[in-house]
Structures are given as structure tokens and as C-alpha cells.
Design a protein around this ligand. Structure first.
Ligand code: ADP
Ligand code: MG
Ligand code: MG
Length: 947
């Protein structure tokens, strides 16, 4: 029957379709060994990573036991419709042919003869994939071949050891007999003989183990253990194919988003034996240290051991350096191979080797996994050693994990012993531990007593800034990746876990409840911003090497990491086109950012300056009378006839108003001057007042009472103003340039403060490049009016001071953050010296997602695949990105040399940076701690674009 079917296939293949005809001639099996090697390193897709590299190493003349690789296409055809589970046409023939060649090459016969050829069967896809079939070693042994092998090796113990390993591996891996049945039988023999280690079993003991194992096989499978080497091989190859679609492998591919692979390859390779005695062994090694990147050989080995013994943890492996004493020539050979492989692959390699009776064999090489710390050191070292060029070094550094370099970290061991409460969003990297506090004031109070605190809130608001900045970390139970807490924490370089919704944070009773656990004020709590984990109790924290050195605490010459980091940053400057500025409004942040290499400030938010203690009073005073003043002015303007009585009524409020402005002017001027000085000639974009005014007034009764006491005003007045300023949708309400158009005196004051500060600092001998930015412009008219007014103020100041019109090289420009503005950018550009895309608001308005509320569903949106990533984290290229593109294009149509940047959160996101680079922006601006990664990403984007 089978034969008839096979004949039919042959017939059909040959005569019916051309495609079939060619498939039967498909080459499925690739030999490696001697001069017959067919594959090479470029064929990972076809031969799997393991197979391609075995072929490549053979070509390099390294001591690789010969063998052959069955291609991934064979696996894919094994699953071909209609004949699933059958070997594709021609495969058996080709396997037998290569097996023949292998016999010729080795001078041995497969599973028979004086010195039987034994092989391993190893799976291996293009990317390494747990879940695929484990390796079977010593295949080809049976009751006959062991006898000849014993004769040949005169080492019966080794042969019986190899045999028992084979039966176990074949039974477990190929036939899926539960692992523990063999382990239990082995333990049984060991305890009967009173020994602990496998190596202590005698030949007779091992013989006993073999007979036990065969019985198990019989019982579990209902057949005797297969004697025929060919059957053993065929079943093993079947099992490798089968493992491609087992549940574990499918799940692994899903989770890791591995698509486009057709199957796994199968490697059949001549066995070499590490278990032939004390002059044999097996090990794994890395050409450099995978944890810290040190250019030191790193690895472990075991003598008299085979296969996975090293990683299985049965015996404790020895550090590779001690191999020199055991077998110097094998050690030297390994060192030689290390150099050859690194120079060939130009990257750190992870190598598997075996020593058989003193002779070394290589069994695998691949690019070694490593931490970002190691990656940085290795890339810079290799470029300095001349192995790779600078571009390659830059491209190798992963932007996604780059900021891990700076973050303080929770101690791993200490974390293991701690109580995990819950996992929220990993909003800002780093680890922190401290006493739980529930308000910003308490944070400052506890800190002033010398305590480390973690600020725990439902969510944070601008009022909390002070308390946040003194905390070691922030935990919120609400809010997403761009919630206030997350953005500010990233900006401050503070670890933050946001949206930990399992936590019930109650700031009135000063307590967190999480299931059964309660955390009260002052209790220790810890968070891991890398993973989103929150712990109850003490967890040790370590600070990052890079930060402590750049803040002057350590000696740069003693930190290789710091030196290499500085070198890498210099290299990124060579290759990037995009400028990198920072978002900062304090001297401290400015200094941090400039130390990190920021090339100016791209966004200085003036309103943040109003929250500090003494200013908020003046500013609140201003808000309370602003409405009155405005209303009176309107009345006077539209009144017919005598306006004296109105003007009288206006006098009082107007005086208060001007007084408040007069109080604020020197404060703002001082702030700007300090920042300009710190910048030492770098440009500074200052955004005029942006948020709705109600944000500056207390919402709750208690706060209003306190304010009325402080200011000596009736509480009703405050309450009325709060009510009057209330808006249903403040993000689309009276804010941005709309404030300056309705209360122009406030903008006047700000413009004056900027220019006076600039003059002051310039007269001290520093260059100052102020850029006045008008926010939230949607219509060209808004900018025209705002600009004209600012221009008048500036001209006035320069004239007053008797200075030339161009004494200060200032610019006036706008933020593009309303979709309308992007579309109408050509007309807007007429009044703008520069554009800065405010992509946070632009995303909010273009997608219709409230920045403050979208957290509740955006995560699900991403899970459902509607958006690939949170559009507030990484720019939505197809939608929001289009507005940016159009904005740039239209703007430059009107003004070819228009300077264009971006100052939203996206300015520090590597993926977004690639996009900004591609649409021709001049610079990105991001929080100080993201400046280094932004520079790296900008360099990568440009290198990639040129490839
Ligand atoms: P994995 O993909 O899990 O690394 P491998 O196929 O590399 O599995 O094999 C597991 C172990 O078996 C490794 O230690 C390897 O060195 C060893 N091994 C594989 N083939 C042979 C062989 N032909 N001779 C000796 N040891 C082998
Ligand atoms: Mg391996
Ligand atoms: Mg905005």
C-alpha cells in the first residue's frame, strides 16, 4: 500500500504539476565537514542559526565534528497540505546520501562496525527558540555497537554511560516518556549503591541503569527500544519536525512576535565525547563578559561530562581560567578559537565546546546575549580595537534599554526576598525604596528630617512638583504612561510605577490597601520602574555608576563604563543631523541636561515658575483681579460718553493687577537670567503662559480658606473666581495664546522679563539666544496679534536702554499643537521664526484622546491591536505624524529656512526620533535624562537612513 502511494506521488509530482516536479528535486540536506561544506553563515533562514554557523566554522578550519543539516524548508514541507507528517519527497534519499558521505569522511559506519559512528540530533531555527526539541546525543548505540565500542575504546564505563544517556534522551525527548521516570530509576540505583554523583557509578552500576531504562521504555511505549540506528535517526528527525508545532514553541513565537519563519532545521553531527574520563570534558564560554563587557574570556566547564551537564546544575562547573592547569593545549586552542571567531563574526560570541581525550572540538557559536552595560563596553572596545567601525558600534546600542544605564537599581537578591504587592506600568526606569508618604507636603517634611520617601498618590498634579522632586520614587494607582506622574518622573529621572490599579491609595487615612496587605504612612515600600513591580518592606537600592560620576561623586578615570559612554556620545555627535535640546525650567535641570550634552532648551515652561511659594501668591492675586480689569476695560471701550465713573471703579483692581505684575516681573527675570547664564550661549525657547488659570487656584474648600487667610481676602471672592474660571473642557478652553490675547499684560510682563534678563546676562558677557514661543496657536491671526504685541514690548525695551535693535538675537515663533495650525502652517509661518511641534497636545487633539483620561482604555486599545503602541509614548506616524509632515512642508513652503523642532514627550522616544529625522526636523527637545538616548537615536536614525 505504502509503496503504491509513494509511486503515485512520484507519478503525480513528475507529470501533473511543474511546481511539484521541481519540489522533488529540492535540495534539503547540506553537508559540513572537510572540503565538502555546503552551507555558510548567511543561510540562517535555511539552515537555522546553529546549522549555518557549524558550516561557517568548518569553512574557517575550526575543529567541528562533521555532519549535515536538514533545511527548514524540509520542515515546512513536512507540514505541507495533504501529506502532513510525511517526509517530503527526496528527503530520505538525501539524508542517506549525506550519511554515507559522513561515514566516508569519518571512516566509520553508522551504528555498526569496529568503531561505530554515533551522532547527535539537534534542532535549530533561524532564531533560538526554547520549546524546540532538546538534543539527543550518542545516537546509533545498541546492544551490538556498544560491544565494538568497548573493544575499540577499552573504556566500558564510558560506553555504558553513553548508552544510558542515549536511552534516556531518546525516551524522554523523542518518545516523550516523562523525564522523572528515568531520573527516579537512576536515583534508585544511586541510592542502592550509596553514591551521590553520576560519575561515582561503576560500569556494572551503569549496566544496571541501562537495563532499568530499557524496562521503562518497554513499559511506557509498549515496544522494545529501537535497535536499528536508522530507525533511531528517523524517529529523532520526525520528533524535531514535530517540535516546531508543539504548544510550547507556538506560544513562544506568539509571545515574542516571531513570524515569517518556515520551520526548524535538524542538525545531525558526529559525536565527540566529553565523558571519556578525566582528560575529557565539556563547557560553554563567552568571548567577553556578558554582564559587564570586560574583554576577558568568561565561561565554565566540567571534566568527564557530556552535553548539558554544565548547565544542569548536577555538579558545580569550574571557571574557564582553571582549564589552563587541567589541559594547557586545549586551553590555548580555545583561546585561539576565541580570537578567530571574534575577528570573523565581529561580535561577542557564545561558544560550546567539548574536549575528547585531550582534544578540543567546537560545537556551536552564536552572538552572545548581554546586558546593555556589556553592550556599551563591547561596542566601544571593539571599535577601538579596529574590529568594527564607529557606525556599527552606534547601531549596536539598544535604545530601548539605554536608560537602564542611568537608573538606580533594586538589588536583585534583596528583591527576591521581598514581598511583591502588585505590578503596574513601568513608567520611569530605576529602583527606589523609602517610607510611604501620601501628600507632597509630607514628602518634603519627611525628607527634611532626613528620610527617603516614596510618594504614593492616586495621581499627581502640578502642585505636587515640590514633593515629587524630593521623593526617591513615585507610585500612582491611576494614570498611564503619559500621566502627570509618569512624565514628571521621567523628566526628573525618578523611578515611577504608574497605574498600579490593585493599590487602594487613601491619602486621608494615609494608607494603601492591597488585598490583605496594608501600608501605612512611614512604612517601607519599594518600586522597580524597570518592571512595574511594587514591594512591601525593605529592598536594597544601588545607584548607577554613570550618574554618580557625572554628578562629580566618582573619578571618571576609574570607570571604564563612564569613559566608554563618553566616547560613544562623542561618536553620536559625528553622525547625527538632528539637534538635541532639553525641556527644562530650573537651573538644576538645565545643568543636568547640558552636562548630558543638550544643545539648548527647546521648551522652558514659564508657568512652572509660578508654583513656587512666594510667586503663587502674586500670581493668584493677579488672577483674582484679571477678570475684573478685563470687564471694566471692555465696558470703557464700548461706553458712549463719559467714562469717568467706570475708570474710577477700574482704578482699584487695576492697581492690584499692576502690582501683581510688578511683583512677578523681577522674579521671572531672575529665573530667566539664571537659566541663560547656565546655558552659556546655547539657545533657549521660552513658552509663554500656557495652562488654564484655574489650575493655579485651590479647588477644595480648605485650600480656599487658607488662601483667603494668607491674602487677607474674603473666601467668597476666591470661590467666585474659581467658579467663574471653571471650564467643562479646560484642555480646549481658555489657555495657551488665548490667555495672552485676552490678558495681554501678562504676556507683556513675560516678554519683558525674558528680554531684560537677556540684556542683563549679555551685558555680563554671555551670549544669549532667547526664542519666545507662543503656545496653542490654531489660526494665523492669533500669532499675528501676539507677535505684534511682543514686538512692541521688545522694541520699547531696547529703545529705553538705548540698545541697537539687533543687540539680542531673539526669535519669535509658535508651537504647532492644534491640527488646524499644521494644515494652515504656510500662513502661520509668515509670522513665525520657528515652529516647535507640541506633539502631546497634537496627539490629544488629532486622535481625540484626553491626555488625562485615555489611560483607562488606551492600554486595551494597544492589546486589541488598534494602535501598535500608546500614541502618547511613540508618535502615531500615520495620523499625528502626517500633521507633522504637512506642518513642516507647508511651513517651509512659506519660509524655506524655518527652524523646526519638537518639544513633546516624543522628542525623547527613539522610534519617534527616527520619524522626526526622516521628515527633516532640525531638532528634538526632551527631558534632561533622555538627552543621551535622544542623541543616540538621532545618530542611529541618520546612519540607518544612509544605509
Ligand atoms: P541547545 O540548542 O539547547 O544549545 P545543543 O544542540 O547545542 O542544544 O546541544 C546541547 C548540548 O549537547 C550542548 O552542550 C552541545 O555542546 C552538546 N552536543 C551537541 N551535539 C554534540 C556532539 N555531536 N558531540 C558532543 N556534544 C554535543
Ligand atoms: Mg547549544
Ligand atoms: Mg501644549
Amino acid at each position: 500500500m505504502m509503496q503504491a502511494a509513494a509511486l503515485y506521488y512520484l507519478f503525480a509530482n513528475f507529470y501533473l504539476t511543474e511546481e511539484r516536479c521541481c519540489m522533488s528535486k529540492k535540495k534539503y540536506v547540506y553537508f559540513f565537514g572537510g572540503n565538502e561544506t555546503e552551507g555558510n553563515r548567511t543561510q540562517k533562514e535555511l539552515l537555522g542559526g546553529k546549522g549555518a554557523n557549524l558550516a561557517e566554522m568548518t569553512r574557517l578550519g575550526l575543529p567541528v565534528p562533521p555532519g549535515f543539516t536538514i533545511s527548514t524548508e524540509a520542515c515546512s514541507d513536512f507540514y505541507e497540505d495533504g501529506q502532513t507528517g510525511y517526509w517530503p519527497e527526496g528527503l530520505e534519499e538525501q539524508v542517506k546520501e549525506k550519511l554515507n558521505l559522513l561515514e566516508k569522511t569519518t571512516g566509520k559506519k553508522f551504528g555498526e562496525g569496529e568503531e561505530p559512528l554515533l551522532v547527535s540530533v539537534r534542532s535549530g531555527a533561524a532564531v533560538s527558540m526554547p520549546g524546540m526539541m532538546d538534543t539527543v546525543l550518542n545516537l546509533g548505540l545498541n546492544d551490538n555497537s556498544i560491544e565494538s565500542l568497548i573493544k575499540k575504546t577499552e573504556n566500558p564505563r564510558f560506553v555504558w554511560d553513553a548508552y544510558r544517556r542515549f536511552i534516556q534522551m531518546f525516551g524522554d525527548v523523542v518518545m516523550e516518556i516523562p523525564h522523572h521516570t528515568f531520573e527516579e530509576a537512576l536515583d534508585g540505583v544511586k541510592s542502592r549503591k550509596g553514591v551521590n554523583l553520576d560519575t561515582e557509578l561503576s560500569t556494572d552500576d551503569l549496566r544496571e541503569v541501562v537495563s532499568e531504562f530499557k524496562k521503562i521504555y518497554d513499559r511506557e511505549i509498549g515496544e522494545a527500544f529501537p535497535d536499528s540506528p536508522w530507525d533511531q535517526l528517523r524517529l529523532s528527525i520526525d520528533a524535531v519536525f514535530g517540535s516546531w508545532n508543539n504548544a510550547r514553541a507556538i506560544r513562544y513565537r506568539q509571545i515574542n512576535d516571531i513570524t515569517g519563519l518556515v520551520g526548524t532545521a535538524v542538525n545531525v553531527q558526529t559525536m565527540v565525547f566529553g565523558n571519556m574520563g578525566e582528560d575529557s570534558g565539556t563547557g560553554v564560554c563567552f568571548t567577553r563578559n556578558p554582564a559587564n563587557g570586560d574583554n576577558k574570556f568568561y565561561g565554565e566547564y566540567l571534566m568527564n561530562a557530556q552535553g548539558e551537564d554544565v548547565v544542569a546544575g548536577i555538579r558545580t562547573p569550574k571557571p574557564i581560567s582553571t582549564l589552563r592547569e587541567v589541559n594547557e593545549s586545549a586551553y590555548d586552542e580555545l583561546m585561539r578559537i576565541r580570537t578567530i571567531l571574534e575577528e570573523h563574526y565581529l561580535d561577542m560570541q557564545d561558544i560550546e565546546f567539548t574536549i575528547q581525550e585531550g582534544k578540543l572540538y567546537v560545537l556551536q557559536t552564536r552572538t552572545g546575549k548581554r546586558t546593555v552595560f556589556a553592550e556599551l563596553n563591547i561596542a566601544v572596545d571593539m571599535a577601538n580595537e579596529g574590529l568594527i567601525d564607529r557606525k556599527t558600534a552606534i547601531m549596536r546600542i539598544p535604545t530601548a534599554s539605554f536608560n537602564q544605564l542611568f537608573a538606580p537599581i533594586l538589588d536583585k537578591a534583596s528583591k527576591k526576598n521581598a514581598t511583591l504587592l502588585t505590578t503596574g506600568l513601568s513608567a520611569s526606569p530605576g529602583g527606589a525604596c523609602g517610607r510611604a508618604v501620601f501628600t507632597a507636603d509630607e514628602a518634603e517634611e519627611w525628607t527634611s528630617r532626613g528620610e527617603d520617601v516614596i510618594l504614593c498618590r492616586k495621581e499627581t498634579s502640578p502642585e505636587d512638583i515640590g514633593g515629587m522632586s524630593v521623593s526617591k520614587g513615585i507610585i500612582t494607582s491611576r494614570g498611564g504612561m503619559t500621566s502627570h506622574a509618569a512624565v514628571v518622573a521621567r523628566g526628573m529621572g525618578l523611578p515611577c510605577v504608574a497605574g498600579a490599579s490593585d493599590l487602594r491609595v487613601d491619602s486621608s487615612s494615609k494608607r494603601i490597601t492591597c488585598g490583605e496587605t496594608m501600608i501605612n504612612e512611614g512604612d517601607l515600600i519599594a518600586l522597580d520602574g524597570f518592571t512595574g513591580e511594587v514591594f512591601a518592606g525593605k529592598v536594597d537600592v544601588r545607584s548607577s555608576e554613570l550618574l554618580s560620576i557625572s554628578s562629580g561623586e566618582g573619578d571618571p578615570s576609574e570607570s571604564r563604563l563612564y569613559q566608554n559612554y563618553s566616547i560613544l556620545m562623542k561618536w553620536t555627535d559625528e553622525f547625527r543631523r538632528l539637534g538635541v535640546r532639553t525641556n527644562a525650567e530650573t537651573v538644576r535641570d538645565t545643568k543636568t541636561a547640558v552636562d548630558f550634552g543638550a544643545e539648548g532648551i527647546g521648551l522652558c515652561r514659564t508657568e512652572h515658575m509660578f508654583f513656587a511659594e512666594e510667586r503663587i501668591i502674586s500670581f493668584r492675586k493677579l488672577i483674582l483681579v484679571a477678570e475684573e480689569v478685563k470687564d471694566f476695560k471692555h465696558l470703557i471701550a464700548s461706553a458712549e460718553g463719559d467714562t469717568t465713573s467706570l475708570e474710577k471703579k477700574l482704578a482699584g483692581p487695576l492697581e492690584d493687577y499692576n502690582e501683581a505684575l510688578d511683583e512677578l516681573l523681577p522674579l521671572q527675570r531672575g529665573d530667566f537670567a539664571a537659566i541663560f547664564r547656565e546655558l552659556e550661549g546655547l539657545p533657549c525657547t521660552v513658552r509663554l503662559l500656557d495652562p488654564p488659570l484655574h489650575e493655579f487656584l485651590p479647588k477644595d474648600e480648605e485650600g480656599q480658606l487658607e488662601m483667603s487667610r494668607e491674602m487677607g481676602l474674603p473666601v467668597e471672592k476666591i470661590r467666585n473666581t474659581v467658579e467663574k474660571l471653571h471650564e467643562f473642557n479646560p484642555m480646549l478652553g481658555h489657555r495657551g495664546c488665548r490667555l495672552g490675547l485676552i490678558y495681554p499684560e501678562v504676556s507683556d510682563m513675560q516678554v519683558r522679563a525674558i528680554m531684560e534678563a537677556a540684556i542683563e546676562v549679555k551685558q555680563d558677557g554671555y551670549e544669549v539666544l532667547p526664542e519666545i514661543m507662543i503656545p496653542l496657536v490654531g489660526h494665523p491671526e492669533e500669532l499675528r496679534i501676539a507677535r505684534e504685541r511682543a514686538q512692541l514690548v521688545i522694541d520699547g525695551i531696547l529703545e529705553e536702554s538705548g540698545l541697537e535693535k539687533d543687540y539680542i538675537k531673539y526669535k519669535i515663533g509658535t508651537m504647532i499643537e492644534i491640527p488646524r495650525a499644521a494644515l494652515d502652517a504656510a500662513r502661520i509661518a509668515e509670522y513665525a521664526d520657528f515652529f516647535s511641534f507640541g506633539t502631546n497636545d497634537l496627539t490629544q487633539m488629532a486622535c481625540g484622546f484626553s491626555r488625562d483620561d485615555a489611560g483607562a482604555f488606551l492600554e486595551d486599545y494597544v492589546k486589541m491591536g488598534i494602535y501598535e503602541v500608546d500614541p502618547f509614548t511613540s508618535i502615531d506616524v500615520d495620523g499625528v505624524g502626517r500633521f507633522v509632515e504637512i506642518g513642516v512642508e507647508e511651513g517651509r513652503k512659506a519660509k524655506p529656512d524655518l527652524k523646526v523642532g519638537v518639544c513633546g514627550e516624543h522628542g525623547g522616544d527613539p522610534k519617534s526620533i527616527r520619524f522626526f529625522n526622516s521628515v527633516g526636523l532640525d531638532y528634538v527637545s526632551c527631558s534632561p535624562f533622555r538627552v543621551p538616548v535622544a542623541k543616540l537615536a538621532a545618530a542611529q536614525a541618520e546612519i540607518e537612513a544612509a544605509m
